[in-house]
Design a protein around this ligand. Structure first.
Ligand code: SF4
Ligand code: SF4
Length: 315
């Protein structure tokens, strides 16, 4: 059983703590399942952009085998390119690129920490699945509608990207790497292998499109194990920005509680509703008043990821 979580970037201290994940792991193990903690490499350069740094970061934030009793296994390999193309019946994509080990897991629990998000407005279960469990190509397809390019100032011309590009789309130009846009297939390999942060891409997919793309990747994550997935949203320590921010963030609303559901759309809808009921504005509206987080929910419902209707039972 894969247990997807977010270990928090560098100095982030508002992510879901290992102490809160431990009871979930204990419960899974009591049912004689074999849980592993899992994550994928980020597109941006940080402390989680490859498996080695990410695992060290997880350990630094307390997600250790000694503490939790479950190993930490990156779902997308050493540098984010171990993936499976999953066929989906989406409205944008007919296949999405998902981290391999998650596709092969029999079951999945996603532990999510709802926050605001500068492009999605809400980052919760749908985002944790779609962006958080896609491979690097999948992330690139969600974030960008254009091909990557090389920042000549940062390029040392080590040639590594040239060796890795599967379609020979990178050439030398004036002593630097240069990407031929017409040949590039947008696979993201050059982003993975460049150690100098010289391969860049445009983050510029607009919010509406990004939210829909993320929902379609989330569908690809759960498709082969739909009845063996469960979701937790920890509505605590909520912040304006997501846990990928490397700095400490102020909490932007009081805690609400912990939601649990077998439906990733219902739990995100309930997250918006409960934060709005308790605090006047939803976590999304309070964080990003100019964006509409319901786009991801509407689209997720349309493509069959789940339903926005729910029956809230308080424990
Ligand atoms: S891997 Fe990076 S630094 Fe090396 S040639 Fe390619 S773009 Fe330049
Ligand atoms: S994204 Fe892939 S195809 Fe395009 S230049 Fe980079 S490695 Fe080559």
């Amino acid at each position: 059983m894969a247990i997807k979580l977010h270990v928090g970037e560098s100095d982030n201290d508002t992510h879901v703590s290992p102490d809160l994940v431990k009871p979930i792991i204990d419960r899974v193990k009591s049912k004689e399942a074999a849980p592993f903690l899992t994550e994928t490499s980020t597109l941006y350069k940080g402390r989680r952009s490859n498996a080695i740094d990410h695992i060290i970061q997880a350990f630094d934030h307390g997600f250790t085998y000694e503490k939790l009793g479950a190993p930490f296994i990156m779902a997308d390999g050493l540098s984010g390119n171990t993936e499976i193309e999953v066929q989906i019946n989406g409205m944008i994509f007919d296949k999405v690129s998902i981290a391999r080990e998650v596709v092969f897991a029999d079951a999945l629990i996603a532990v999510s920490h709802p926050t605001g998000h500068p492009q999605m407005a809400l980052g919760a279960s749908i985002k944790n699945l779609g962006m958080g469990l896609s491979s690097r190509i999948g992330k690139l397809r969600q974030h960008s509608s254009v091909k990557p390019y090389v920042d000549a100032k940062a390029c040392t011309f080590c040639r590594k990207c040239i060796q890795w590009c599967p379609v020979d789309a990178i050439i030398e130009k004036k002593g630097k790497a240069f990407i031929l846009e017409e040949k590039c297939i947008g696979c993201g390999e050059c982003l993975s292998v460049c150690n100098f942060d010289a391969v860049r891409y445009n983050w510029g997919v607009e919010s509406t499109d990004l939210q829909k793309r993320v929902a379609e990747h989330a569908l690809g994550v759960i498709l082969n194990k739909r009845s063996h997935c469960f979701f937790f949203n920890f509505l605590i320590d909520m912040t304006q920005g997501c846990d990928c921010y490397a700095n400490r963030q102020e909490r932007n609303m009081p805690d609400v509680g912990i939601l649990a559901s077998s439906d990733p759309v219902a739990i995100d809808q309930a997250t918006l509703d409960l934060t709005a009921d308790r605090h006047g504005r939803s976590i999304a509206r309070k964080s990003e008043p100019g964006l509409d987080a319901t786009i991801q929910l509407e689209h997720a419902e349309k493509i069959g990821l789940g339903t926005r209707s729910y029956d809230l039972q308080s424990l």
